[in-house]
Design a protein around this ligand. Structure first.
Ligand code: MLT
Length: 245
């Protein structure tokens, strides 16, 4: 089986995702927040590619009283119920709820990939061992797609992609193919001893620290503290629980 890595959603061609299992990574903070939300009992999350779509969908789904969640420039939006800090998605707030989720880079990447791939899963450091186990069991070629930041490279996503590639390659006999997968392995090697430090020093990490979200970054760097893997069922994200190996 093969594993490829794309550092930006822009790099992907339809033919590269057709028939494949896709793993979307947006460590700061969409992946981390979605994993926490599902783990804390959110029933389903609908990622949308724009704020306008989020408001429209809220009207369409008015009967089930969905929560509006997400951010622009890392900050909660007016009239939204939740921002994008994983700490906001407490069980008493999200349990049993439908959430409409509009983040800047994460949700457009998930919706794009979801249209093209056979199956779409969400990974971050916090659920990485479970995702590695799932990939091993699926025994299919895998494409990892990093959300990046405003169409540019993001260090945190590429380290996470490299760690996942490393986990799958070493024990599970997946073969990294292409420059993306090989480069992600080099990046992971460079930063693996201090994931939290790398995240705190990344461009988006520093920006989030300025906004007061240092604890979000420290949480996002914790490898394997959650066992849930959000995945797309049609246009909705729901969760699958996977044990560690
Ligand atoms: C995004 O999707 O762009 C991020 O999750 C932004 C953020 O850190 O809030």
């Amino acid at each position: 089986m093969k594993i490829s890595v794309y550092f930006l959603p822009l790099e992907i061609k339809e033919s590269e995702l057709k028939g494949k299992v896709a793993i979307v990574i947006d460590v700061l903070r969409a992946s981390t927040t979605l994993i926490v939300a599902i783990s804390n009992g959110a029933k389903q999350i609908i990622p949308v590619s724009s704020i306008e779509k989020a408001y429209e969908l809220k009207q369409v789904l008015a009967e089930i009283r969905p929560l509006l969640a997400g951010e622009r420039n890392g900050k909660k939006l007016p009239n939204f119920d939740l921002g994008n800090s994983p700490f906001e998605y407490k069980p008493e707030i999200v349990s049993g709820k439908t959430i409409i989720y509009a983040s800047t880079n994460g949700s457009p990447t998930i919706t794009l990939v979801g249209k093209l791939a056979d199956a779409t899963y969400i990974a971050g450091f916090v659920n990485l061992p479970s995702v590695a186990k799932l990939i091993e069991e699926l025994r299919k070629d895998v494409v990892i797609v990093c959300a990046g930041k405003a169409n540019s490279f993001s260090l945190e996503d590429s380290i996470c992609a490299g760690m996942l590639t490393n986990f799958i390659m070493v024990e599970r006999k997946f073969e990294p193919v292409g420059d993306g997968a090989n480069a992600s392995l080099v990046i992971y090697e460079r930063f693996k001893k201090d994931i939290a430090g790398a995240l705190l020093n990344s461009a988006h990490g520093r920006y989030l620290c300025e906004l007061g979200f240092e604890q979000d970054i420290r949480l996002a760097a914790e490898v394997g503290i959650y066992k849930v893997i959000p995945y797309l069922e049609g246009k909705w994200l729901v969760g699958k629980f996977y044990g560690y190996y």
